[in-house]
Design a protein around this ligand. Structure first.
Ligand code: NAD
Length: 471
């Protein structure tokens, strides 16, 4: 491989040069400079990857649970052994702050979680007279975004292989270095040829070919809602099973009994996680009218705990946006917020002081936001948070649910019973009370945040087909 040119994809257990010849530049978002190129795969490469996965399917789908567990353990160890190399790529190509070591840790964790899930999973169930057999759905196609590349690939490889499926993955072309570092690790696990194949190319070329391919039975897509709709339409022709993990506009509800210091820290963490390039970002902070001034004062003071800057500095909480396009998009939303009457209480348009290069945004907090404003309705995917007020619990729930999305929600209260009562009224696939988290619980969206669930047993079942045998 030429230096800084990623010209290898992974098909049938080998690194091969793509048939596709188009090159795309790769950038360091912290400097805006080109750091390399990726040679993009095409439809011919996609066909080769699908054919390899199809050849590998009969043997892999016949493996025992023990054999699959052994494979997952080897994959976990292989990724764990290369975390520093993967982390370097995340830093260089994505600008992911080193402080967020969880980004690579979660890739290792994805295998650990699927091992736990598979150990306790029963592929046969008895329902009355019927024996229900859960079969692998077939060759799976997986399409992933750029905002947590090593985790999305690892989680989908783990789940598909645990189910007995073989898989073709199309990561974002903007994450080629991260994908290459991860693939080298996965390769070292020494799995049978063709069980997983990784083909980096454009969405409308490789992604589209996977979605339409007659030999693929299931698609898992993680990405934006507009592209999710295209995938659903394209997959309809071959009636693929489709799991969609899409965008969000998640509410963080601070109840009037909350410890403000903890709640505001929690809400800002939920909003700024992964430099706010997170589908689960809590971007609408709902606060009681009676405590608005207090909360604004605490929140503006706490902005200092979320410094933006060089992602290699361990103090940095918020890195750059992934691309110039994303930077422009976020700037557009900040302007729009001002035009529509919201009040900037921290941050604002332009670049942060001293960061003239790269795609850095000033972490911005808006107050006087109403839920009909563009900044409260659309997914920004950058560090721009909105504070909205509510009158009472019912009003808080009404605002929280008044969105096309329903991926995540956060509730902060000193009374867990009260918080749970509110959580049960929220249209969201996950609700975190006071920062609660469980990686094995189902993850996915209500409404336009998606279809289906990932992680744990719910995620595994998405890769299985049920056959009832009745005597
Ligand atoms: P995107 O939708 O632009 O792209 C996602 C992937 O789809 C990429 O690999 C892309 O190449 C591919 N793609 C694009 N057009 C395609 C087509 N016509 N057919 C097939 N594939 C196609 O999203 P992005 O900008 O890479 O990522 C950001 C988005 O992802 C945000 O909206 C975010 O909320 C969402 N996201 C969701 C989750 C979740 O789990 N719910 C997680 C992370 C990101």
């Amino acid at each position: 491989m030429q230096e800084n040119v990623i010209n290898k994809i992974y098909i049938d257990g080998e690194f091969v040069t793509p048939h596709g010849t188009e090159l795309a530049d790769l950038f360091n978002p912290a400097t805006g400079k080109v750091i390399g190129q990726v040679q993009l795969a095409d439809e011919v490469d996609t066909d080769a990857a699908v054919a390899a996965a199809k050849r590998a399917l009969p043997a892999w789908s016949a493996t025992s649970k023990e054999e699959r567990l052994d494979a997952l353990r080897r994959l976990q160890a292989a990724v764990a052994a290369r975390t520093s190399e993967i982390q370097e790529a995340v830093l260089l190509e994505y600008g992911g702050p080193v402080r967020n070591a969880w980004m690579v840790g979660s890739a290792v964790g994805a295998f650990a979680d699927m091992i736990t899930t598979l150990e306790g999973f029963d592929f046969t169930r008895q329902i009355g007279n019927a024996t229900v057999e859960l079969e692998p759905v077939g060759v799976a196609g997986v399409i992933t975004p750029w905002n947590s590349d090593p985790f999305f690939i690892s989680n989908n490889v783990a789940t598909a292989l645990a189910a007995g499926c073989t898989v073709v993955i199309k990561p974002s072309e903007m994450s080629a270095m991260q994908t290459y570092a991860l693939t080298r690790a996965l390769h070292e696990a020494g799995l049978p040829r063709g069980v997983f194949n990784i083909v980096t190319g454009l969405g409308n070329v490789v992604g589209s070919a996977i979605t339409r391919h007659p030999d693929i039975s299931k698609i898992t897509f993680t990405g934006s809602t507009p592209v999710g709709k295209v995938i659903l339409r394209d997959a309809a022709e071959t009636l693929k099973r489709v799991t969609l993990e899409l965008g969000g506009k998640s509410p963080s509800i601070i109840l009037d009994d909350a410890d403000l210091d903890q709640a505001v820290t929690g809400a800002l963490m939920a909003g700024f996680a992964n430099s706010s390039q997170a589908c689960v970002a809590g971007t609408r902070i709902l606060v009681p009218e009676s405590r608005l001034d207090e909360i604004i004062a605490v929140a503006t003071a706490k902005m200092a705990d979320f410094p933006v800057g060089d992602p290699s500095d361990p103090a940095t909480a918020i890195g750059p946006m992934v691309s110039e396009r994303q930077w422009e998009r976020v700037q557009g939303y900040i302007r729009r917020g001002v035009e529509e009457g919201a009040r900037i209480v921290a941050g604002g348009p332009g670049r942060p002081e001293g960061l003239a290069d790269g795609y850095f945004v000033r972490p911005t907090l808006f107050a006087d936001v109403t839920n009909d404003m563009t900044i409260a309705r659309e997914e920004i995917f950058g560090p721009v948070l909105s504070i909205l007020t509510y009158r009472d619990e019912d009003h808080a729930v009404e605002i929280a649910n008044d969105t096309d999305y329903g991926l995540h929600a956060y509730v902060f209260s000193s009374d867990p019973t009260r918080a749970h009562r509110i959580a049960s009224r929220l249209q969201a696939g996950r609700v975190a009370i006071n920062g609660g988290f469980e990686s094995l619980s189902p993850f996915g969206g209500f409404k336009q945040s998606g279809i289906g669930r990932e992680y744990g047993t719910f995620g595994l079942e998405e890769f299985l087909e049920a056959r009832s045998v009745m005597v």
